[in-house]
Design a protein around this ligand. Structure first.
Ligand code: ASP
Length: 307
């Protein structure tokens, strides 16, 4: 039996203590705690890392503070188009969806793609048709309407910019989870609304296996958050796994090279959560802050926001 471990993130970016109110900070910490506890309860009861990842991410998707599920940012057309992915380290099975609308919990739809289809990655209308087939929970447009998110869209349209959710301290990011269960199996998942004012069906790294999400029992489980275009070009999650697998680096060494050197070199802002098969956890980021939490079987819960 292995000792379980779990880590989550709620986005990285310009998150400064100087601009954060005590109430806001408390609300974020409470949401992070609820999410990690929901995942931990599954691991504690001997459940799978995959179910723990799904449960923690669902909790974050249901919270309007994060850019996923209910709190997903608006596209240029004023819609909420969401992306999610999940991967299992034992089987290397994976599932992902992109550009889905009105789905309450995109992470569960990604899991259904993995478990109930012969495919890995479904998009747009087709993914929604599949969602109906597997009885995914749909919500009306107004469920996803969060005034602050809409104001962000109006602001972004004024300046005609595509805004990364976490480049402004008032905005909050993508969510993710990595877990190791008592059977020694790793899993990783990521869920997002992408970037405010995105158009042309823009897809970020979050639903891309290898870029925003990856899990392999031989190495590690990774979930990323940051400027997706850079994370795609750097194939971040898989690169960390490869550095461990082919070069024999530790999780920490691999994370340092990818997040603090390679990404920084090309201007890629963000961070990730990483967990290896021995239960080591790394939470590196090259931005001002990252909403994050980690919990190991015999250790205290850690919740962090700033550098
Ligand atoms: N990586 C996400 C994307 O580019 C954004 C985020 O992490 O908040 O879609």
């Amino acid at each position: 039996m292995k000792k379980y471990a779990i880590a989550i993130h709620g986005g990285a970016g310009t998150i400064l203590q100087s601009t954060m109110s005590a109430e806001k900070e408390a609300a974020y910490k409470k949401a992070l705690e609820e999410a990690i506890v929901s995942g931990e309860n599954i691991l504690k009861a001997g459940g799978s890392s995959l179910d723990a990842v799904e449960s923690a991410i669902r909790s974050l998707e249901d919270c309007p503070l994060f850019n996923a599920g209910k709190g997903a940012v608006f596209t240029n057309e004023g819609k909420n188009e969401m992306d999610a992915s999940v991967m299992e380290g034992k089987t290397l099975m994976a599932g992902a969806v992109t550009g889905v609308k009105n789905i309450k919990n995109p992470i569960s739809l990604a899991k259904a793609v993995m478990q109930q289809s012969e495919h890995v990655f479904l998009s747009g209308e087709g993914a929604m048709e599949f969602a109906k087939k597997v009885n995914a929970k749909f919500e009306p447009d107004d469920y996803f309407f969060v005034q602050q998110r809409y104001d962000q869209l109006l602001q972004a349209k004024e300046t005609d910019t595509i805004v990364l959710d976490h480049t402004n301290e008032k905005k909050f990011g993508t969510v993710g989870c990595v877990a190791l269960d008592v059977e020694g199996n790793l899993a990783a998942g990521t869920s997002t609304g992408g970037m405010t004012n995105k158009k042309y069906g823009r897809v970020g790294d979050s639903p891309m296996i290898g870029a925003g999400t990856y899990a392999n029992n031989n190495t590690c489980a990774i979930s990323c958050t940051g400027h997706g275009e850079f994370f795609i070009r750097s194939v971040v999650a898989y690169d960390i796994s490869c550095l461990m697998e082919y070069k024999g680096l530790s999780l920490k060494e691999a994370c340092d090279i990818v997040v603090m050197k390679k990404l920084v070199k090309i201007g890629g802002e963000g961070g990730l959560i990483a967990l290896d098969s021995n239960g080591n956890i790394e939470l590196p980021f090259n931005s001002d802050g990252m909403y994050r939490a980690r919990k190991k079987q015999d250790e205290e819960l850690f919740i962090g926001i700033y550098k």
